[in-house]
Write a protein that binds this ligand. Structure first.
Ligand SMILES: [Cu+2]
Length: 162
């Protein structure tokens, strides 16, 4: 890694907390990161903590990014056959007032399908979160391929089949 990219990574890391104010809503996004299972993967995912510091309940209803052909709010659910599957969550995720909603491996997440570029460790992906009340919140999500999954390491994204 060149000195220039080290400096950029450090400067970027400091900026990865985002807040948005709109009316009574106040959304803060914290600890966001994206990952792919390999540099040639066609799909990837992003994870983060979404905090609602406002007085009103809010809902993450959509997500957009130029990084992939399709970007969706996803969750993991156990199917009738007992196998964990990923699915699109049309209604999105509730973020009640004063609460934090975690997007994490093995749970709710942002899914990138049909990536337009390879994602390498240290790259930064621009993502727009769309909230019912707070509106659009633009965040920068660093690609972190070294992060270990919380818990038992289930729910890595290598098995995606959409
Ligand atoms: Cu997914």
């Amino acid at each position: 890694m060149s000195l220039k990219s080290v400096v950029f990574a450090a400067a970027a890391a400091a900026a990865f907390a985002t807040s948005a104010f709109a009316g009574d809503a106040m959304i803060m996004v914290h600890d966001q990161y994206a990952r792919v299972s390999s540099p040639t993967a066609k799909a990837g995912a992003a994870f983060m903590e979404i905090m609602n510091k406002g007085e009103a309940d809010d809902q993450l209803i959509d997500v957009r990014s130029d990084v992939a052909a399709k970007v969706q709010l996803h969750t993991h659910k156990e199917g009738d056959d007992g196998v964990m599957k990923m699915m699109h969550v049309e209604e999105g995720f509730a973020v009640p007032a004063g609460a934090t909603h975690m997007l994490k491996r093995g749970g709710d997440h942002i899914m990138f399908m049909g990536l337009n570029q390879s994602l390498n460790h240290g790259d930064v992906v621009k993502v727009t979160l769309v909230f019912e009340k707070a509106g659009e919140v633009e965040i920068e999500v660093p690609v972190d391929l070294e992060r270990k999954a919380e818990g038992h390491g289930h729910g890595d994204h290598s098995g995606h089949s959409n």
